[in-house]
Design a protein around this ligand. Structure first.
Ligand code: MLT
Length: 204
Protein backbone atom coordinates (compact mmCIF):
# COMPACT_ATOMS: atom_id res chain seq x y z
CA UNK A 1 0.00 0.00 0.00
CA UNK A 2 1.49 3.35 -0.97
CA UNK A 3 1.77 6.09 1.69
CA UNK A 4 -0.84 8.15 -0.15
CA UNK A 5 -3.51 5.51 0.39
CA UNK A 6 -3.09 4.84 4.10
CA UNK A 7 -6.38 4.73 5.97
CA UNK A 8 -5.84 7.86 8.14
CA UNK A 9 -4.89 11.36 7.02
CA UNK A 10 -1.46 11.76 8.60
CA UNK A 11 1.98 13.33 8.60
CA UNK A 12 5.15 11.26 8.60
CA UNK A 13 8.59 12.64 9.44
CA UNK A 14 11.41 10.14 8.84
CA UNK A 15 13.80 9.50 11.70
CA UNK A 16 17.39 10.67 11.70
CA UNK A 17 18.58 9.08 14.92
CA UNK A 18 19.49 5.40 14.63
CA UNK A 19 18.05 3.21 17.37
CA UNK A 20 15.24 5.60 18.36
CA UNK A 21 11.75 4.03 18.42
CA UNK A 22 9.29 5.88 16.18
CA UNK A 23 6.64 7.98 17.89
CA UNK A 24 2.93 7.60 17.23
CA UNK A 25 1.63 11.12 17.95
CA UNK A 26 -2.02 11.29 18.99
CA UNK A 27 -3.53 14.76 19.32
CA UNK A 28 -6.27 16.01 21.66
CA UNK A 29 -9.84 17.01 20.82
CA UNK A 30 -9.89 19.66 18.11
CA UNK A 31 -6.30 19.01 17.08
CA UNK A 32 -4.93 17.48 13.92
CA UNK A 33 -1.93 15.64 12.51
CA UNK A 34 0.26 18.76 12.66
CA UNK A 35 -0.26 19.58 16.34
CA UNK A 36 2.21 17.34 18.13
CA UNK A 37 5.04 17.28 15.56
CA UNK A 38 6.98 20.07 17.35
CA UNK A 39 6.49 18.31 20.70
CA UNK A 40 7.72 15.00 19.27
CA UNK A 41 10.77 16.70 17.77
CA UNK A 42 11.50 18.46 21.06
CA UNK A 43 11.23 15.47 23.39
CA UNK A 44 12.61 12.71 21.13
CA UNK A 45 15.00 14.39 18.68
CA UNK A 46 15.76 12.24 15.67
CA UNK A 47 12.85 9.83 16.16
CA UNK A 48 10.56 9.10 13.21
CA UNK A 49 7.17 10.71 13.78
CA UNK A 50 3.89 9.19 12.63
CA UNK A 51 0.96 11.50 13.29
CA UNK A 52 -2.59 10.55 12.25
CA UNK A 53 -5.69 12.75 12.45
CA UNK A 54 -8.59 11.38 14.51
CA UNK A 55 -11.53 10.31 12.35
CA UNK A 56 -14.41 11.26 14.64
CA UNK A 57 -15.78 14.77 14.33
CA UNK A 58 -17.44 16.38 17.37
CA UNK A 59 -19.04 19.59 16.13
CA UNK A 60 -16.22 19.77 13.60
CA UNK A 61 -13.46 18.98 16.12
CA UNK A 62 -11.40 15.87 15.27
CA UNK A 63 -11.14 13.18 17.97
CA UNK A 64 -10.04 9.55 18.03
CA UNK A 65 -13.33 8.13 19.42
CA UNK A 66 -16.81 9.29 20.38
CA UNK A 67 -17.83 10.46 23.83
CA UNK A 68 -21.33 10.76 25.27
CA UNK A 69 -20.32 13.70 27.50
CA UNK A 70 -17.04 15.12 28.82
CA UNK A 71 -15.26 12.19 30.43
CA UNK A 72 -18.05 9.72 29.51
CA UNK A 73 -16.91 7.53 26.65
CA UNK A 74 -18.75 5.50 24.02
CA UNK A 75 -16.86 2.26 24.66
CA UNK A 76 -18.35 0.40 21.68
CA UNK A 77 -17.06 3.15 19.41
CA UNK A 78 -13.73 3.15 21.26
CA UNK A 79 -13.25 -0.58 20.54
CA UNK A 80 -13.93 0.01 16.85
CA UNK A 81 -11.61 3.02 16.67
CA UNK A 82 -8.79 1.13 18.40
CA UNK A 83 -9.10 -1.53 15.68
CA UNK A 84 -9.02 1.14 12.96
CA UNK A 85 -5.98 2.86 14.48
CA UNK A 86 -4.18 -0.48 14.92
CA UNK A 87 -4.80 -1.24 11.23
CA UNK A 88 -3.38 2.17 10.30
CA UNK A 89 -0.26 1.57 12.40
CA UNK A 90 0.26 -1.78 10.64
CA UNK A 91 -0.13 -0.11 7.21
CA UNK A 92 2.27 2.68 8.16
CA UNK A 93 4.85 0.27 9.54
CA UNK A 94 4.84 -1.53 6.18
CA UNK A 95 4.82 1.67 4.11
CA UNK A 96 7.59 3.41 6.06
CA UNK A 97 9.47 0.32 7.29
CA UNK A 98 9.10 1.05 10.99
CA UNK A 99 9.36 -1.01 14.19
CA UNK A 100 6.52 -0.85 16.73
CA UNK A 101 6.07 2.77 17.83
CA UNK A 102 5.88 4.37 21.25
CA UNK A 103 2.69 6.40 21.56
CA UNK A 104 2.83 10.02 22.68
CA UNK A 105 -0.76 11.07 23.29
CA UNK A 106 -2.39 14.16 24.71
CA UNK A 107 -5.86 14.08 26.30
CA UNK A 108 -8.18 12.28 23.86
CA UNK A 109 -5.09 10.94 22.05
CA UNK A 110 -3.68 9.67 25.36
CA UNK A 111 -6.99 7.98 26.09
CA UNK A 112 -7.06 6.00 22.83
CA UNK A 113 -3.41 5.03 23.37
CA UNK A 114 -4.32 3.76 26.86
CA UNK A 115 -7.23 1.75 25.43
CA UNK A 116 -4.95 0.33 22.73
CA UNK A 117 -2.46 -0.89 25.33
CA UNK A 118 -5.22 -2.96 26.94
CA UNK A 119 -7.01 -4.10 23.77
CA UNK A 120 -4.10 -4.53 21.35
CA UNK A 121 -0.89 -4.47 23.40
CA UNK A 122 1.19 -5.76 20.49
CA UNK A 123 0.72 -2.50 18.54
CA UNK A 124 2.74 -0.25 20.86
CA UNK A 125 6.17 -0.72 22.40
CA UNK A 126 5.31 1.79 25.15
CA UNK A 127 3.37 4.98 25.73
CA UNK A 128 3.66 8.47 27.17
CA UNK A 129 0.19 9.62 28.15
CA UNK A 130 -0.38 13.29 28.93
CA UNK A 131 -3.61 14.05 30.89
CA UNK A 132 -4.96 10.53 30.32
CA UNK A 133 -7.98 9.08 32.08
CA UNK A 134 -9.48 5.59 32.36
CA UNK A 135 -10.82 4.81 28.87
CA UNK A 136 -12.37 1.38 29.59
CA UNK A 137 -14.34 0.88 32.81
CA UNK A 138 -13.38 -2.79 32.85
CA UNK A 139 -10.26 -3.35 30.75
CA UNK A 140 -9.61 -6.93 29.63
CA UNK A 141 -6.75 -8.82 31.23
CA UNK A 142 -3.68 -7.81 29.23
CA UNK A 143 -0.02 -8.72 29.50
CA UNK A 144 1.96 -5.56 28.96
CA UNK A 145 5.18 -7.49 29.51
CA UNK A 146 7.20 -4.71 31.12
CA UNK A 147 6.34 -2.05 28.54
CA UNK A 148 7.20 1.46 29.74
CA UNK A 149 4.21 3.70 30.37
CA UNK A 150 4.50 7.32 31.49
CA UNK A 151 1.39 9.11 32.77
CA UNK A 152 1.62 12.87 33.25
CA UNK A 153 -1.34 14.24 35.20
CA UNK A 154 -2.17 17.80 36.21
CA UNK A 155 -2.87 18.48 39.91
CA UNK A 156 -5.37 21.19 38.89
CA UNK A 157 -6.83 19.38 35.87
CA UNK A 158 -10.57 20.22 35.72
CA UNK A 159 -11.25 17.31 33.31
CA UNK A 160 -9.33 14.38 34.80
CA UNK A 161 -9.97 13.71 38.53
CA UNK A 162 -6.82 12.68 40.42
CA UNK A 163 -8.43 9.40 41.52
CA UNK A 164 -9.25 8.52 37.92
CA UNK A 165 -5.63 8.96 36.77
CA UNK A 166 -4.46 6.95 39.79
CA UNK A 167 -6.85 4.14 38.81
CA UNK A 168 -5.39 4.12 35.29
CA UNK A 169 -1.87 3.84 36.71
CA UNK A 170 -3.00 0.91 38.90
CA UNK A 171 -4.61 -0.81 35.90
CA UNK A 172 -1.34 -0.60 33.95
CA UNK A 173 0.64 -1.77 36.95
CA UNK A 174 -1.70 -4.76 37.31
CA UNK A 175 -1.16 -5.61 33.63
CA UNK A 176 2.61 -5.77 34.12
CA UNK A 177 3.66 -2.42 32.66
CA UNK A 178 6.56 -0.40 34.09
CA UNK A 179 4.51 2.62 35.08
CA UNK A 180 5.84 6.05 35.93
CA UNK A 181 2.95 8.27 37.08
CA UNK A 182 3.80 11.90 37.78
CA UNK A 183 1.42 14.59 38.97
CA UNK A 184 2.58 18.01 37.81
CA UNK A 185 1.50 21.42 39.15
CA UNK A 186 -0.59 22.00 36.02
CA UNK A 187 -4.11 22.02 34.62
CA UNK A 188 -5.31 20.10 31.55
CA UNK A 189 -3.03 21.96 29.11
CA UNK A 190 0.49 21.00 28.13
CA UNK A 191 3.24 23.01 29.82
CA UNK A 192 6.99 23.25 30.32
CA UNK A 193 6.85 20.64 33.09
CA UNK A 194 5.44 18.15 30.58
CA UNK A 195 8.23 18.87 28.10
CA UNK A 196 10.92 18.31 30.71
CA UNK A 197 9.34 15.08 32.01
CA UNK A 198 8.77 13.74 28.49
CA UNK A 199 12.32 14.52 27.36
CA UNK A 200 13.73 12.78 30.43
CA UNK A 201 11.48 9.74 29.96
CA UNK A 202 12.22 9.39 26.24
CA UNK A 203 15.95 9.66 26.95
CA UNK A 204 15.71 6.85 29.52
C1 MLT B 1 -11.49 12.83 26.07
O1 MLT B 1 -11.00 11.83 25.54
O2 MLT B 1 -12.66 13.17 25.87
C2 MLT B 1 -10.60 13.66 26.94
O3 MLT B 1 -10.42 13.13 28.16
C3 MLT B 1 -11.02 15.04 27.09
C4 MLT B 1 -10.86 15.76 25.82
O4 MLT B 1 -10.39 15.21 24.84
O5 MLT B 1 -11.22 16.93 25.78
Amino acid sequence: MSPQTLSFAHRFVPGTGAGRAPLLLLHGTGGDENDLLPLGQAVAPGAALLSPRGQVLEHGAPRFFRRLAEGVFDEADLHRRVDDLAAFVAEARRAYDLPAPVALGFSNGANIAAAMLFLKPEVLSGAALVRAMVPLAEPPAADLGGRRVLILSGAMDPIVPAANAATLARQFDGAGARVDHRVLPAGHGLGQGDLAALAEWFAG
